[in-house]
Design a protein. Structure first.
Lengths: 251, 485
């Protein structure tokens, strides 16, 4: 299958290793990956913060870039949620029948990364090896907007060598919420503290998720508190195998 | 404890009030404990319902249909209530509603009223209006009594004294009921309240209630409660005055079949409320001789006119969103500066203020969606929050002042960057250079930022930020593609 990758703006800039891992997994499974170069951002930050006029052109850009794709894979549950929950309404706002039709045709072809593996390809074992104690944080958008359910956990359970531990109160938000973390920093920090203590209770050395935005938030506190626990996008765990196991970034 | 009534027109912004609330460790423990208990009870009785999702959908459809034809159902209610011997009054706003109630109480010849817990009367601060007119209101719901005697404010729609624990309640009762020996067991506290209230029930001739539902088809009113105090207030007084928002109407008696399943399970985790009272007009030798309903608008018509956010009015005040909300769980209710706290308060309060106050509330959410998930009538609270945020932004960016809004300027710059991949690539390079002075190496030799300037400082107060990698994904991809060719 020819898979178009929408890397998302913050993964592109801050977490390129996640994108490389997605490419690695998909190619290992025999698929061809392409990367439409005009892609930038889905518009989530603007839309969710109240800047609707600024978000609308980004919808048009996304559609232009991916209109011709067979499938679109996105390693970010919140960006996919943004598209599914808001793109149809945004297109309607613009009152452009062609755009509305394009969005309608495109959305069923857009998948969050783990969703693509479990629902579109029907896979659980993707040949990964990651001999670590791991806990999984269910990002709110993955959990509630995309209803990922136990899909990511089934992928993780099939990883060789993994010691998967359940996170207490797994349905609780980590407190990121985009600009919420800055506008309501105190409340966000209090929510983060609860999540961090749940992560530490698992004694895992790795906390994973389908969304680097939550992980960046968790990582920020895990590093500040010198816990030694690392955060890794699910794709990076699935990309790790015996031939080329995961390695920490070199300074 | 909240100082003075919760008034969105004068309340501090949410981040400031939240910081103060979170400094109270006892409050946070009480709120966390109470919301945990109610959430667990709710989950148990919801999970046992095989048709829960169908019920939610039915609830949503009923409420949506009602709001679409609210004018018709309100007039139908008025006609049927009047026919049954009730008197219907219309109030445009809080002041008008309070004035009507004060006049009715005076006409009843009483200078005291017994009250059933009612968020609508909290919304309009009716007790203040009554006291100003020399009328003493007695709250008869246990939690509302605690709030009243403690000179406090409600912090939850259903469990207004949720922020207090037993020891704190004992202290209030000891002081205000002059019971120095009172214990702190639930039985002790309930007994004290019962003795205190019983005398009021038997003496006071005028009752004031809210309404859970108004039934258009019959002109009847429905109140559900757990303590029986409501039943006392509805049956013993000679005059009964019910204050209800115009959003409380249901078309048919039959609609209660859906609502009376959704409401108790969502609100208190009970299969059915212990007391379900339904009454229609007045009856000779049975119950109050005079019955008044005050139908209050108070900005509800404006909310109804907004296609995007009118679903706010579908709310049946169960409070499930408050218990589920991770923000509310940290701050409790008073931080919202309104009697309507939590997610529903974050959308209802600014709209009741016609977006002139409480503009920080739509941002008091991480948009995690837990509220939408538990809402018994499927109000998409995150969607409404985003819509209201847009209204706030439009206000903030209007006119000359808007040109100096730092956040808006940053957002517009970011949007311009995202509109072109060339500009995006340039911004990525520029970002790496700009952050360099802030980067420090950790023990592993990796670059981290522990301090950020200006509005970004909220991030770095508790979190580090990893240095941007030297190569973006698109640079890697480009290099790889060139290599392959």
């Amino acid at each position: 299958m020819r898979v178009s990758l929408f890397i998302t703006c913050y993964n592109d800039t801050l977490f390129p290793q996640t994108g490389r891992a997605v490419v690695r997994v998909l190619e290992r499974l025999g698929h061809t990956v392409d990367f439409p170069p005009g892609q930038t951002c889905c518009g989530q930050m603007h839309w969710n913060t109240g800047y609707q006029a600024e978000a609308l052109p980004l919808l048009q850009r996304f559609v232009d870039q991916f209109r011709a794709s067979e499938v679109v894979v996105v390693p970010s549950s919140s960006c996919v949620a943004m598209m599914r929950e808001h793109y149809p309404k945004m297109a309607a706002t613009l009152d452009d029948p062609r755009l509305t039709a394009d969005v309608e045709a495109l959305l069923p072809k857009v998948f969050e990364f783990s969703e693509f593996l479990t629902r579109r390809l029907g896979l659980e074992d993707v040949g990964a090896f990651y001999p670590h104690r791991v806990t999984y944080h269910a990002s709110c958008h993955g959990l509630r907007s995309l209803s990922l359910g136990d899909g990511p956990l089934r992928l993780l359970r099939a990883v060789r060598g993994i010691d998967l531990v359940e996170l207490e109160r797994v349905d609780q938000c980590c407190g990121f919420g985009g600009t919420f973390a800055i506008k309501n920093a105190d409340v966000s920090t209090a929510m983060l503290e609860e999540k961090i203590s749940a992560v530490l209770d698992t004694s895992a050395d790795t906390c994973t998720a389908c969304d680097n935005s939550c992980l960046m938030h968790l990582q920020g506190a895990l590093h500040r508190q010198r816990t030694g626990v690392k955060t890794l996008h699910l794709a990076e765990i699935l990309a790790s195998d015996e031939l080329s196991p995961y390695q920490d970034a070199a300074p | 404890m909240s100082e003075g009534p919760l008034d969105p027109t004068t309340a501090p912004t949410f981040p400031i009030a939240a910081r103060a609330a979170m400094g109270d460790a006892q409050l946070r423990n009480n709120v966390r404990h109470a919301t945990n208990v109610i959430q667990a009870k709710r989950a148990r009785v919801v999970d046992e319902m095989p048709d829960w999702q169908a019920l939610r959908e039915a609830g949503k459809q009923i409420r949506q249909h009602t709001m679409r034809h609210l004018d018709i159902y309100l007039e139908q209610f008025e006609a049927n209530c009047t026919r049954a011997g009730g008197v219907v009054h219309w109030a445009r706003n809080a002041a008008e509603a309070s004035r009507i109630v004060v006049d009715l109480v005076k006409q009843s010849g009483s200078d005291e009223v017994i009250k059933i817990k009612s968020m609508t009367t909290e919304e309009i601060q009716l007790n203040h209006a009554l006291e100003a007119a020399g009328i003493h209101p007695y709250e008869t719901d246990l939690a509302e009594l605690i709030i009243q005697l403690g000179n406090d404010q409600p912090s939850h729609i259903v469990v207004p004294a949720l922020h207090k624990n037993r020891q704190q309640i004992r202290e209030i009762f000891q002081r205000t009921m002059h019971l120095p020996q009172l214990g702190d067991q639930p039985q002790d506290l309930a007994d004290a309240a019962r003795i205190f209230l019983r005398e009021k029930f038997l003496r006071v001739k005028t009752g004031v209630s809210g309404a859970n539902f108004l039934i258009a088809e019959t002109g009847g009113v429905c109140i559900v409660e757990s303590e029986g105090n409501g039943r006392m207030c509805l049956t013993l007084p000679e005059t009964l005055i019910t204050v209800a928002g115009i959003d409380k109407v249901l078309p048919r008696f039959q609609d209660l079949e859906v609502m009376l399943q959704l409401l108790p399970r969502s609100a208190t985790g009970e299969r059915m409320n212990p007391y379900n009272s339904l009454w229609t007009g007045v009856h000779a030798n049975d119950g109050p001789r005079a019955f008044h309903v005050v139908l209050m608008d108070n900005a509800r018509s404006e909310i109804l006119a907004d296609e995007e956010s009118r679903q706010t009015l579908n709310c049946i005040r169960c409070g499930a969103c408050q218990n589920a909300c991770p923000v509310y769980r940290q701050t409790g209710g008073h931080a919202y500066g309104s009697v309507y706290a939590g997610p529903i308060g974050a959308i209802l309060t600014p709209q009741l203020q016609q977006m002139q106050h409480a503009q920080s509330l739509p941002y008091a959410s991480s948009l995690c969606g837990a509220c939408y998930e538990v809402c018994p009538v499927k109000i998409n609270i995150p969607e409404v929050l985003i819509h209201l945020r847009n209204q706030v932004v439009l206000q903030n960016t209007a006119g000359i002042a808007g040109l100096f809004d730092v956040e808006a300027a940053a957002m517009k710059a970011m949007a311009a960057i995202f509109r072109s991949e060339r500009r995006f690539k340039a911004a990525q390079r520029l970002g790496r250079i700009a952050e360099t002075p802030l980067v420090r190496r950790d023990q592993q030799g990796l670059g981290w930022i522990s301090w950020l300037p200006g509005i970004l400082g909220g991030w770095s107060q508790a979190r580090d930020l990893q240095q941007m990698p030297q190569q973006t994904f698109r640079d890697w991809w480009e290099k790889r593609s060139n290599h392959d060719n």
